[in-house]
Design a protein around this ligand. Sequence first.
Ligand code: IDP
Ligand code: MG
Length: 144
Amino acid sequence: MTEPTSERTLILVKPDGVQRGLCGEVLRRVEAKGYTMVAVRLLIPNRDLLAQHYAEHVGKGFYESLVGFMSSGPVLAVVAEGVRVVEGFRSLAGATDPTAAAPGTIRGDLARDWGNGPQENVVHGSDSPASAAREIALWFPELA
Ligand code: IDP
Ligand code: MG
């Protein structure tokens, strides 16, 4: 049943998280928090999808490296639902830089710097309801 005033967010378990076998742990935390999964898909994203997903970062110094990393293997894409889930998942994920991310968060507990700064940080989460709607339409066009 859809909750009143519920919203949706896009979560990605990035290639580092899938390769390290952390999909179950990420989904466990999302479900344990109380959010509902609406859709899941395992795929290797192409450059075109990533360019749209990371449109705000096109042209930045780390962009090419980020796209190379994100297309290096399977990504688990998840749509989760619940009241304030966008903000709630960002809180579960923790700070972008896994070295600085607080213990107790996904990035703080499960990610570290492997020499590429904050690149390999296990998860993505939409940063606003507007971003979530845009990103869900990219990764799950059938839900739009
Ligand atoms: P967010 O994922 O916490 O929203 P953003 O600033 O939107 O962080 O950056 C998107 C992703 O790009 C990050 O999650 C991380 O994987 C990567 N990234 C961000 N800044 C850097 C950087 O300075 N070097 C390498 N990768 C970066
Ligand atoms: Mg972001």
